[in-house]
Design a protein around this ligand. Structure first.
Ligand code: ADP
Ligand code: MG
Length: 247
């Protein structure tokens, strides 16, 4: 059975059909890229899945729960975490404080309680994102690449602690604006999260970050899915070739 089922999602802004009947499924542990030109509806799709926006119609089921009636925090408690196209971090706080804030928002008790796992888990997360040396730095002072890694760390910090809890990670352009080496680092981290058992859906414009990383690719254009298949199959799609490969 699919972990995520999206059925006939529609989200209109006046006459603009940002999502015009989008349906797809993700298997548990799959790493899937959602690609498409600017304005295709990718960010709107994420907002509907994570709860920042409500679609006019459609259904979303994650790990057996109907999601659309739940506010974002309740979705996070069911394992649905996301990042934003424009990093949503708190500039006046430190890296560590940003992570603590996510824990508070999720009403989770991992960090500053007396339980022994707290500091270790925090340290492991900071280390895996290469943020350990920057943990007391103000976010306003971070290089852009570190800020993008912090956003990813914040999404992971918000997940429930239970080892076998279902985990869905939605990443809106995680590598946008990064230099090529930083982009490779980021995409390796994304792949690592998927390999650890989480289900991952991410948007990306850079084709190296799509074809080297994703198990499957969904192509969205003008609010409709026009292709769904392996990276190799989708790369042969005429619309995709025209859009991304210039031929
Ligand atoms: P993408 O992330 O693929 O670039 P978006 O989901 O941001 O696309 O946007 C899809 C379409 O919906 C675009 O035409 C965009 O202008 C429109 N749109 C998105 N958000 C809003 C909004 N809050 N109000 C009006 N139109 C919007
Ligand atoms: Mg977008």
């Amino acid at each position: 059975m699919s972990a995520l089922q999206v059925q006939d999602l529609k989200r209109h802004f006046g006459g603009v059909r940002a999502l015009d009947g989008v349906s797809f499924e993700l298997a548990a542990g799959e790493c899937v890229a959602l690609i498409g030109p600017n304005g295709a509806g990718k960010s709107t799709c994420f907002a509907c899945l994570a709860g920042q926006q409500q679609p006019q119609s459609g259904q979303v089921t994650w790990a057996g729960h109907a999601l659309l009636d739940l506010p974002p925090a309740a979705r996070l408690q069911r394992g649905v975490a996301r990042t934003f196209q424009v990093a949503q971090t708190f500039e006046a706080l430190t890296v560590l404080q940003n992570l603590q804030l996510v824990r508070c928002a999720g009403q989770l008790s991992w960090w500053d309680r007396l339980d022994q796992r707290g500091p270790q888990a925090a340290q492991a997360l900071l280390e895996s994102m290469d943020l350990q040396a920057l943990r007391h730095a103000l976010v306003a002072d971070l290089p852009y690449g570190a800020k993008k890694r912090l956003e990813l760390a914040m999404a992971l910090a918000g997940w429930p602690d239970m080892q076998d809890a279902p985990r869905l990670l939605l990443l809106d352009e995680p590598a946008a604006g990064l230099a090529p080496e930083e982009r490779s680092v980021m995409m390796a981290l994304v792949r690592q999260v998927a390999d650890s058992g989480a289900t991952v859906l991410y948007t990306e414009h850079n084709m190296d970050a799509v074809f080297g990383v994703a198990d499957r690719v969904l192509v969205l254009m003008q609010g409709r899915l026009v292709a769904d298949g392996s990276p190799e199959a989708v790369a042969q799609d005429p619309q995709v070739r025209e859009l991304y490969l210039g031929r």
